[in-house]
Design a binder for this molecule. Structure first.
Ligand code: ZN
Length: 49
């Protein structure tokens, strides 16, 4: 079950050919999501509270 060309991502368990690039994609995705959530929260003032 050993494949030299592919690695399994420890985060999402996807088989990836380039784990380094895949991890970069992960951190980019996470930061993009964080920015999106943050701007969404700023856009909508808390109604409840
Ligand atoms: Zn992954």
């Amino acid at each position: 079950m050993e494949q030299a060309d592919r690695s399994t991502c420890p985060d999402c368990h996807a088989l990836v050919a380039d784990l380094e690039a895949h991890e970069r994609w992960h951190s980019r995705l996470v930061s993009d999501l964080a920015k999106a959530v943050e701007s969404e929260l700023k856009r909508r003032p808390a109604a409840a509270g």
